[in-house]
Design a protein around this ligand. Structure first.
Ligand SMILES: *[C@@H]1O[C@H](CO)[C@@H](O)[C@H](O)[C@H]1NC(C)=O
Ligand SMILES: *[C@@H]1O[C@H](CO)[C@@H](O)[C@H](O)[C@H]1NC(C)=O
Ligand SMILES: *[C@@H]1O[C@H](CO)[C@@H](O)[C@H](O)[C@H]1NC(C)=O
Ligand SMILES: *[C@@H]1O[C@H](CO)[C@@H](O)[C@H](O)[C@H]1NC(C)=O
Ligand SMILES: *[C@@H]1O[C@H](CO)[C@@H](O)[C@H](O)[C@H]1NC(C)=O
Ligand SMILES: *[C@@H]1O[C@H](CO)[C@@H](O)[C@H](O)[C@H]1NC(C)=O
Ligand SMILES: *[C@@H]1O[C@H](CO)[C@@H](O)[C@H](O)[C@H]1NC(C)=O
Ligand SMILES: *[C@@H]1O[C@H](CO)[C@@H](O)[C@H](O)[C@H]1NC(C)=O
Length: 524
């Protein structure tokens, strides 16, 4: 039973995935005072300068035949309007939209609307300017409503607008020009009933003169956020500051460690990486008994600087320079490591007096190779980390340089190989001569030491041949005994005989043969 259910869910999911392949056309119908305003979109096509999708829209009474449809003329902004006077208020209507996608597919969607839909009236709101913040609060706001807050300077037609839901909207004064008049208007849109109100009458306010302290600046590196500001301590030596973080949904709260401070800076490193804050520095000047404040907007995710790669490890092998870029220290923080898909961006150049030609390379892996180096040349490089899908990047590392040798590398290689050859030949000769020497001994002087001239010519036996790694110590001992037994006077034989006779008896006959075999095996 459960298994069947899972299968069914899977099938439904696959079907959903297939039908999701093309997103439906988005239709927004809003009641406006003189009718309905329709907004259309599909895959954000309407935000594009050059739109590739073509919409058409018709509306008719619910259930009426197609030949009774009326057209809703779509304008440049993907919207159209349905005038109220043409509608029959005793029926509900439906709006049918079709779109031709860039790939040539035809999509359609529809939405019903009620001509008797109530119009929303413009919302009431208040604007307060206090302590370096402008607070725009909507009166009687509802959870299912969105407000469009539009702001302009009173002598300009240029507007900026923002959509808010539940909370008041706050604007830090540092984002507005000082001593200017600004005007705000607000409209409301009800998500459930799709009713859009007209804009409220404008409400104007004048911004104050710039507040103290001045020049608030955030020095943010990775997850360390140091807020600094200027203060004239000569004029006001007894000033104390405190710093707050302000969020529209819970007002301003003091930042721990930055209360009643006398230094013009505050470590705000505890702030959340993804949070968007307005930071407010307030100053209480003991002498003038005055309080004032300044604000700055800060979002670590958007504003922090990413620290540079730690090091560039450079190594020249043959004619190639291998560069290994070590990840920045900040990458040990998951917030930074996971911020985006990082790429390593290397720039390198030949250090020359006149503006050098810089080459850029970008790779996923932090390993780079510069081929065909020139001799006696200084190569310099620096690196930074860059986000694959945005223009954010880390700071640049220091510049690292390396100079190639004046020698040609082929020369070095020739010397190297010659030396190696000499060593190999010497070793070969050495191993060939050992069996040869024993052989000579066996044939010509089986019972005596070699003539001193011969011995010298073949090198010192105790140092050379007797210590060949191919002979074990027992074999060496045997060799000595064998010689002793056959060639030394009676009394000496007596001394050594007791000690080693057994070994000797077993091995003496075939020793020289073994030695030869060893020697031959090696030569082959
Ligand atoms: C639509 O077609 C029906 C018959 O199919 C006809 O009775 C009606 O008058 C037509 N309406 C219009 C507005 O042409
Ligand atoms: C139109 O639809 C609304 C609900 O959306 C419904 O309350 C109303 O009765 C309908 N009017 C007619 C005339 O069918
Ligand atoms: C808010 O209103 C302004 C002014 O009419 C308009 O330009 C802007 O598109 C609206 N914003 C949204 C998100 O609808
Ligand atoms: C803007 O406001 C200022 C100060 O209130 C006023 O002097 C000025 O005339 C206004 N300008 C316009 C175009 O309304
Ligand atoms: C900061 O100073 C104010 C007023 O002098 C005082 O009320 C408050 O307790 C002080 N806070 C701290 C953390 O010292
Ligand atoms: C600053 O405070 C010190 C000690 O609290 C006091 O002696 C001095 O007069 C004050 N200076 C000013 C300019 O208020
Ligand atoms: C790079 O070149 C400049 C000017 O020729 C020189 O002053 C500097 O020392 C060079 N740097 C390195 C690392 O060779
Ligand atoms: C990076 O892109 C953002 C928008 O995506 C833009 O506001 C910003 O100015 C750009 N920064 C640089 C340094 O190009």
């Amino acid at each position: 039973m459960a298994g069947q259910l899972v299968t069914l869910l899977l099938i439904l999911r696959v079907m959903a995935a297939v039908s999701d392949d093309l997103k439906p056309i988005e239709i927004t119908i809003a009641k406006v005072p003189n009718g309905f305003s329709v907004m259309l979109d599909w895959e954000n096509e309407c935000l594009k300068e050059e739109r590739e999708v073509t919409f058409s829209a018709v509306y008719k009474k619910l259930g009426a035949p197609d030949n009774e449809s009326q057209t809703c003329e779509i304008d440049e902004e993907c919207s159209c309007s349905i005038p109220s006077p043409g509608l029959d208020h005793s029926h509900n209507y439906t709006l049918l939209v079709t779109a031709k996608t860039p790939s040539g597919k035809t999509l359609s969607n529809s939405q019903n609307f009620d001509p008797n839909q109530e119009t929303k009236s413009a919302p009431k709101f208040s604007v307060t300017v206090s302590d370096a913040l402008v607070i725009i609060a909507i009166k009687d706001h509802q959870h299912n409503e969105e407000y469009n807050i539009t702001l302009r300077r009173n002598d300009s037609a240029e507007e900026t607008s923002v959509i808010i839901r539940l909370y008041p909207h706050i604007i830090p004064l540092n984002e507005l020009l000082p001593e200017q008049t600004y005007c705000v208007k607000v409209s409301v849109y009800c998500i459930e009933t799709m009713a859009l109100s007209p804009f409220s009458p404008e409400e104007c306010f004048t911004t104050p003169a710039p507040g103290l302290p001045s020049n608030l600046a955030m020095n943010a590196l990775d997850l360390t956020y140091l807020l600094k500001w200027d203060w004239d301590f000569d004029q006001s030596p007894n000033a104390t500051f405190f710093v707050e973080k302000c969020l529209s949904y819970n007002g301003c709260t003091k930042i721990k460690g930055c209360e009643n401070i006398t230094t013009p800076q505050c470590d705000c490193s505890g702030l959340n990486f993804i949070g968007k804050f307005i930071l407010r520095v307030s100053v209480y000047d003991g002498q003038r008994k005055e309080k004032s404040a300044s604000t700055i907007r800060f979002s670590a995710r958007e504003d922090t600087n990413f620290g540079p790669p730690k090091e560039l490890k450079m190594q020249i092998i043959d004619h190639n320079l291998f560069i290994n870029v070590t990840a920045p220290d900040g990458f040990r923080h998951t917030e930074i490591y996971n911020y985006c898909p990082w790429l390593t961006n290397l720039s390198y150049w030949i250090n020359a007096t006149h503006d050098p030609e810089v080459t850029f390379e970008e790779k996923k892996q932090p390993f780079f190779t510069i081929h065909s180096l020139k001799k006696s040349t200084t190569y310099c490089a620096k690196a930074k980390m860059a986000c694959k899908n945005s223009n954010r990047s880390s700071l640049y590392s220091e510049v690292y340089c390396i100079t190639t040798d004046p020698r040609s590398y082929t020369f070095a290689w020739i010397i190297g190989f010659t030396f190696l050859g000499i060593v190999l030949i010497s070793v070969l000769l050495y191993f060939c001569f050992c069996p040869f020497k024993r052989y000579m001994k066996q044939i010509f002087f089986p019972s005596n030491k070699l003539p001193s001239s011969f011995e010298k010519g073949l090198g010192d036996p105790s140092l050379n041949c007797m210590k060949t790694p191919f002979l074990s110590h027992t074999e060496e001992a045997t060799d000595r005994c064998y010689i002793v037994q056959n060639s030394f006077p009676e009394d000496l034989v007596q001394v050594n005989y007791n000690k080693t006779s057994q070994v000797n008896n077993q091995d003496s006959g075939n020793y020289s043969h073994e030695g030869q075999t060893t020697g031959e095996a090696f030569t082959q």
